[in-house]
Design a protein around this ligand. Structure first.
Ligand code: F6R
Length: 370
C-alpha cells in the first residue's frame, strides 16, 4: 500500500498533486473552452441560504480548524458574510451563542471527531444551517449535517494530516467561489482563482522538488529544542499548521505565531540560536513581513525565510540566511503550496530523530472521545 515510499506520511505528502486533482474533479464548470465557475452538488440548493446568513462559523479541531482559518478571508471577501472561527472544544466549553440565522461549517477529515460532532449537535439545537466538509463518506458528521462537500482526498492513513489539509483548503476555496458566484464585481478575481486551481497540481509537483532541501534543513535543525514560525494573512494558518506538524511527529517544540503579534511578546525569545521560519511569500502582507525580517535581523535572529521564487535578494538584501523559495499562486491558494515544505521538513526531522512517523506518540488518527 505504501508503494515506493517508506511511510504513509511520506506517500501522502507526495500524492498531493493527485489528491488535489480528485478534490476538483467534475467541480469546475466549463463554458466553451474556458472554466467559468464551480459546481458543488451537495451545496447548490443551500447557497442562497448561506449567502443570506448573519454569519458563518467554521468549527473544527487541529489541522481541520487551520484549514478553515486558511480560507476564512476568501469566504468573507467573496460572500460578504463575516466568518467566526471556533475550536469545537472551546465553543462547547463556553456554550457560545449560535443563532438560527447562522451557517455552521464543520470541517473534519475523519468526520468522527467527538468534539466536532458534539458541536454539530449543539449548533443544530439552535436551528443553524449545518454544513459538513469531510473526507469520509457516510461518517457521523457527513450524515448529521444538512448538506456538505466531500473533499475526496482519498484515505489518509498517517496520523498527521497532510493531503487532507490541502484538499480541505481546495474544497473550501471552491465553496467560497460558489458563494460569490452571483456578484459581478468579483468576476475577475474569481476567474484568476479558478485558473490557479487548475494550475495547482503542477505547482504542488514543483514545490515537492524541495524534498532534498528540506532534508538538508532537517539535518541542520534535528538537535534543536524549538522552532518558531511567523506568518500572517493567509499564511497565519500555514504558520500554525507547520508548527503543529513539527511538534506532533518530530516531537520538537514548535510554535506558529501571528507576525503582527511579534512585538507584543515573542520578540523577547529572539537570539542567535533559536531557529525561526518567516513566511514572506508575495501577497498584500508581504511588505509587512519584510519589516518583520529586518527587525529579526537587527536582533541577530537565526532566520529561514520562505519567499516567492526569485525574491530572496529582495526579501533579505543582506543575505546570509537560508531560503525556501516556492512558486507563486493567487494569495488565497498560496497556503496549499506553502505548507508542503513544512510537511517535508516535519517528515525528515522525524526520521532523523528516530521517531515513529505514522504513529506519533500518544496520538490516534481519529479522536472519538472528548
Ligand atoms: C494533525 C491532526 C489533528 C486532526 C484533528 C481533527 O495532523 O491530524 O489535529 O486534524 O484531530 O481531526 P478530524 O479532521 O478528523 O476531525
Amino acid at each position: 500500500q505504501k508503494g515506493n515510499y517508506e511511510h504513509y506520511m511520506q506517500k501522502e505528502i507526495h500524492e498531493q498533486p493527485e489528491s488535489l486533482t480528485t478534490t476538483m474533479r467534475g467541480r469546475l464548470i466549463h463554458g466553451g473552452s474556458k472554466v467559468k465557475g464551480v459546481l458543488l452538488g451537495g451545496l447548490k440548493d443551500h447557497l442562497k441560504t448561506i449567502r443570506r446568513s448573519r454569519r458563518i462559523l467554521f468549527i473544527g479541531c487541529g489541522t481541520s480548524y487551520y484549514a478553515g482559518l486558511a480560507t476564512r478571508a476568501l469566504v468573507e471577501e467573496l460572500s460578504g458574510v463575516p466568518v467566526t472561527m471556533e475550536l469545537a472544544s472551546d465553543l462547547l466549553d463556553r456554550r457560545g451563542p449560535v443563532y438560527r440565522e447562522d451557517t455552521a461549517i464543520f470541517v473534519s477529515q475523519s468526520g468522527e471527531t467527538a468534539d466536532t460532532l458534539e458541536a454539530l449537535e449543539y449548533a443544530k439545537s439552535f436551528g443553524a444551517l449545518c454544513v459538513g466538509v469531510t473526507n469520509t463518506v457516510g461518517s457521523a458528521i457527513a450524515r448529521g449535517t444538512h448538506c456538505g462537500v466531500h473533499i475526496n482526498a482519498g484515505c489518509e492513513i498517517g496520523v498527521a494530516s497532510t493531503k487532507a489539509y490541502t484538499s480541505q483548503i481546495a474544497a473550501m476555496t471552491m465553496m467560497a467561489l460558489a458563494l460569490g458566484d452571483d456578484t459581478l464585481s468579483s468576476c475577475n478575481r474569481r476567474e484568476a482563482i479558478i485558473d490557479d486551481l487548475i494550475n495547482l497540481p503542477n505547482k504542488v509537483r514543483e514545490v515537492l522538488k524541495l524534498d532534498n532541501d528540506m532534508k538538508e534543513l532537517a539535518k541542520e535543525l534535528m538537535e534543536e529544542q524549538s522552532l518558531l514560525v511567523f506568518g500572517r494573512g493567509y499564511n497565519y494558518a500555514t504558520a500554525l499548521e507547520g508548527a503543529l506538524k513539527v511538534k506532533e511527529v518530530a516531537l520538537m517544540h514548535s510554535e506558529g505565531i501571528l507576525a503582527g503579534e511579534m512585538k507584543h511578546g515573542p520578540l523577547a525569545l529572539v537570539d542567535e540560536n533559536l531557529p525561526i521560519i518567516v513566511i514572506a511569500t508575495r501577497d498584500a502582507t508581504c511588505s509587512k513581513q519584510q519589516s518583520v525580517i529586518q527587525q529579526l535581523q537587527a536582533r541577530k535572529g537565526r532566520l529561514i525565510v520562505m519567499c516567492t521564487k526569485g525574491d530572496a535578494n529582495l526579501m533579505c538584501p543582506n543575505g546570509g540566511y537560508r531560503f525556501i523559495e516556492v512558486p507563486q499562486l493567487q494569495d488565497c491558494l498560496q497556503p496549499i503550496i506553502n505548507i508542503v515544505p513544512f510537511q517535508l521538513l516535519a517528515y525528515h526531522l522525524t526520521v532523523l530523530r528516530g521517531f515513529n512517523v505514522d504513529q506519533p506518540r500518544n496520538l490516534a488518527k481519529s479522536v472519538t472521545i472528548s
